[in-house]
Design a protein around this ligand. Structure first.
Ligand code: CMC
Length: 373
């Protein structure tokens, strides 16, 4: 028996390849670092769904479809408004995915064409949900999408209602590409399990959102910021002093045998292939906003963890403070991950359906022997 299915290969996939030995991650054969440096998130979404990068005409048609689907469905808005403002934004995301499924014009149709449309529609619609949800918690009104902006710029526009700065858009775009896909992680596997019963795409995505919410998975990007907050963010503090306080916090946490979120990975044991690229984006944001104390906290924790346990950061570690600097509320971080990972989840859902076999493992019984009632 393999507890947690650790090390178990359960199926083939052509969507992405994780190679922990070479510390690499390929989406449809392309290194993710190269995609992050050279592509828009829209191009990467197209790649994940279609297997190839789009040519100019394909990209134009694809981005037009995405832009046409950005507005928040008024019926969904009413439902979001009825949800508690102090509840977790992941609950709002999960509810939104379910509502959008129930209201989709092709509900009940799971043909490849219908599923592709559902995937694109859901992907296009999610930024409005995430942005509006953050705004309503601050008593702010919905910001309508802008068709002149690309996906990342429009996401920032709908959240903050201000013209986004190019460097910030670039860093956000990088994060969306890095979060898009990661083979058989817990949420993707959940989506594939649901799909394997021949349930529908929105049900599978809703289940995946539930899996992503946990702090051992996507919830870690939010949890990283809680660590920073617990140590205390003191703007204007010298980097070195912040690093000293962070080191002391980590030593104490490890002495208490705490799990520190944003570190470690089930598959990568020598470092997460996505961290270098995301850290470079974080560095740019730290320089842009002039917040070097955050770099002190970041370095202090990383170094202390490395010295004590040689455990490396995962993608959530640099992503958390990056979103914080951009102005996102901490509980909004994992919903941003959802908006990105919809692409990977739905690529897997379509792949699962194309050669489906019900996912139904066995268990070893260790309860009571048979006994009379
Ligand atoms: N902090 C402290 N110790 C850790 C950590 C950590 N973050 N991660 C692993 N360890 C230790 C763990 O205590 C154990 O030590 P020992 O053998 O002395 O008991 C050893 O390393 C092996 O850990 P494990 O939990 O058995 O390993 P795993 O492969 O089951 O865990 C993990 C992978 C991601 C669940 C774990 O590293 C963890 O809980 N990390 C924190 C949560 C986190 O950042 N999650 C995001 C994962 S990556 C992005 C994503 O998928 O969303």
């Amino acid at each position: 028996m393999k507890k947690g299915l650790a090390g178990v290969v359960v199926d083939y996939t052509a969507v992405s390849k994780v190679n922990p030995d070479t510390n690499s991650l390929l989406y449809r054969g392309y290194p993710v670092q190269e995609l992050a440096a050279k592509c828009s998130f829209e191009q990467v979404a197209y790649l994940l769904w279609n297997g190839e990068l789009p040519n100019e005409a394909q990209l134009a048609e694809f981005t037009a479809r995405e832009r046409a689907g950005r507005a928040l469905d008024p019926a969904l808005r009413l439902i979001i408004d009825a949800l508690p403002e102090d509840g977790h934004p992941m609950d709002v995301c999960r509810t939104a995915a379910s509502i959008l499924g129930a209201r989709h014009e092709l509900t009940g149709d799971s043909s490849p064409e219908a599923n592709m449309k559902k995937a694109i529609d859901l992907w296009a619609a999610m930024p409005a949900v995430v942005a509006f949800d953050q705004r309503r918690r601050h008593g702010l009104d919905l910001v309508e999408p802008r068709e002149d902006l690309d996906y990342s710029a429009n996401f920032l526009w709908m959240t903050f209602g201000e013209d986004p700065v190019d460097e910030v858009v670039e860093a956000f775009n990088v994060s969306m590409i890095l979060y898009a896909e990661h083979s058989f992680n817990a949420s993707t596997f959940s989506a594939r399990v649901v799909t394997s019963t021949l349930s529908d795409l929105h049900s599978a995505v809703t289940a995946a959102i539930g899996a992503l919410k946990g702090p051992l998975h996507g919830g870690a990007n939010e949890a990283v910021m809680h660590t920073f907050d617990e140590i205390g963010i003191r703007s204007e503090e010298a980097m070195e002093e912040a690093a000293v306080r962070a080191r002391a916090w980590m030593e104490d946490a490890l002495a208490q045998k705490k799990k520190v979120m944003g570190f470690g990975h089930r598959v990568y044991k020598h470092g997460d292939s996505r961290v270098t690229t995301m850290k470079a984006a974080l560095d740019k944001m730290i320089a842009h906003y002039g917040r070097h104390e955050l770099l002190g906290l970041y370095n202090g924790l990383e170094l202390a963890m490395d010295e004590a346990k040689a455990i490396k950061p995962n993608l959530d570690y640099p992503a958390g403070p990056t979103y914080h600097l951009m102005g996102f509320d901490t509980p909004t971080f994992t919903p941003i991950f959802v908006a990105s990972r919809i692409t990977g989840w739905t690529a897997h859902i379509m792949e699962q359906l194309a050669s489906n076999s019900l996912i139904r493992p066995l268990s070893e019984y260790n309860g009571h022997e048979q006994r009379p009632v």
